[in-house]
Design a protein around this ligand. Sequence first.
Ligand code: NAP
Length: 202
Amino acid sequence: MKIAVLGTGTVGPTIAAALSALGHDVVIGTRDPQATLARTEPGATGGAPFAEWHAAHGEIEVGTFADAAAGADVVVNATNGAGSLAALTAAGAENLAGKVLMDIANPLDFSHGFPPSLNPVNTDSLGEQIQRTFPEARVVKTLNTMTASVMVDPASVAGETTRCSSPATTLPPKRPWPVCSRNLGTGTSSIWATSPPPAAPK
Ligand code: NAP
């Protein structure tokens, strides 16, 4: 699948790398590709400088927000919440129309110091603003309540987790039903459960 990941902070590169590793064709969107590719300073949360990250992920193209969104089947909004509407406007309403738009952004408001509050909140939300502004996009608010590393590795959170693969997994032998792994949170044990799907009702 062709996926546009809009955002070059911590979340964008994290999601882009994970999707690319799964075999998707990923393009990262940014305001100014040349300036972004020239960045050598560490990311805001201390991550690798973008240039260094991109050198290790050369298969991921970097383009403008519009370049990235234009050819995508799915668009991910991983831009700063205060700039999300501007970023998506730059991406182009026509490039979002009819597509799933995964919105990970939070409209953080630091005007009263740290920790930030949300603005808008309670009577409106960034997700609703995005959906109103781009009515033809299919906005899905998701992953915004966890840190970036957990978005791509939910099993890293202590406690019981269950993950299921897609049917026809590449795990040998190929099975036409999902394969599930259950992590009991001990860090050592996991139980694999496989079963055929229930028979379709007649
Ligand atoms: P961030 O620093 O919040 O956002 C960086 C991105 O926002 C860059 O791509 C930047 O564009 C774009 N941007 C900033 N101001 C803009 C403006 N005025 N117009 C257009 N684009 C603008 O990065 P982040 O920490 O990765 O967070 C991304 C989003 O995910 C945020 O909304 C954040 O609240 C949310 N989130 C983050 C985490 C996390 O673990 N960090 C967890 C949950 C949710 P350029 O590429 O051009 O610089």
